[in-house]
Ligand binder design. Structure first.
Ligand SMILES: Nc1nc2c(c(=O)[nH]1)N[C@H]1C(S)=C(S)[C@@H](COP(=O)(O)O)O[C@H]1N2
Ligand SMILES: [Mo]
Length: 251
């Protein structure tokens, strides 16, 4: 059973148990100050409980890492929108023109080239990316820890989330600062020893190995540090949450 269906069952159980468990979940979430931005949706009570429990007992938990021989021979690249002229121009320039803007609640807003990112700090991990549709693959991801980028721009004390936008206008997401500061959360520019191939999100993708694959947005070009997700879309924190998936997708 996938993590998502297990969580859906948990949610179904909560809904069946009536409002009392849902109310308890909401209370716990509020007490820990970890209410997800989509708490008001159908799966809100279950999501609030899962999110609160993960933050309560597993704040520093690590995603499983695998030995090199377990890297998938044929990783599956999920379908993406056809690349537009702007993307093709970046590609023709060998992605030397690609930039990652970093702004919002930071002392020093900036915009980084891939070369600048590579020079900052390098981390490698062999982890599994799991799609909510049931398939997964194991790969080595190479990138700059998001926490190193946050240190470089100096996050303001009242910040709570990092929102990320991509070249695909309808692929954007966000994570809380615990997830953003976790050492396995990468801004990835490499895969399996080489550059990150375009079908897998090259030149730059988010890699959030403790959550389902849809949080690992491809073609990212902007990070926004914020204390509220209200000003983005309908305030649910991600395009996926607006489409009915849960914002918090911890595995
Ligand atoms: N820009 C963009 N990023 C995306 C997606 C997408 O459609 N567009 N799909 C997401 C989903 S649902 C999954 S499961 C993973 C899959 O990663 P892969 O393409 O490397 O297999 O990418 C995520 N990142
Ligand atoms: Mo997915």
């Amino acid at each position: 059973m996938s993590a998502l269906s297990r969580r859906s069952l948990l949610t179904a159980g909560l809904l069946a148990a009536g409002g009392s468990v849902a109310a308890a979940a909401a209370t716990l979430g509020r007490r820990l100050a970890v209410v997800p931005p989509d708490a008001g949706s159908l799966f809100g009570p279950g999501e609030t409980l899962t999110y609160a429990m993960h933050r309560l007992v597993g704040r520093d938990a690590k995603a499983r890492e695998f030995p090199r021989e377990m890297i998938s021979a044929k990783p599956f690249a999920n379908s993406v929108a056809a690349r537009d002229d702007e993307f093709l121009a970046h590609q023709a320039a060998g992605f030397t023109t690609w930039r990652l803007a970093v702004d919002g609640l930071v002392a020093r807003p900036t915009s980084l080239s891939l070369a600048e990112l590579r020079d900052m700090s390098v981390s490698r991990q062999i982890t599994e990316i799991s799609c909510e549709e049931g398939w997964s693959y194991i790969a080595e991801w190479i990138g700059t820890p998001l926490t190193a980028i946050l240190d470089a721009v100096e996050v303001k004390p009242h910040a709570r989330y990092v929102l990320y936008q991509s070249h695909d206008k309808n692929a954007w997401d966000s994570i809380d600062l615990d997830e953003a500061r976790h050492p396995q959360t990468l801004v990835a520019w490499g895969m399996n020893g080489g550059e990150l191939p375009v079908p897998f999100g090259g030149p730059l993708r988010m890699r959030v190995p403790r959550q389902l694959g849809y949080k690992s947005t491809k073609y990212i070009n902007r990070l926004v540090v914020t204390d509220s997700l209200d000003g983005f879309g309908t305030g649910k924190g991600s395009a996926d949450a607006e489409g009915g998936y849960s914002w918090y997708a911890g595995i």
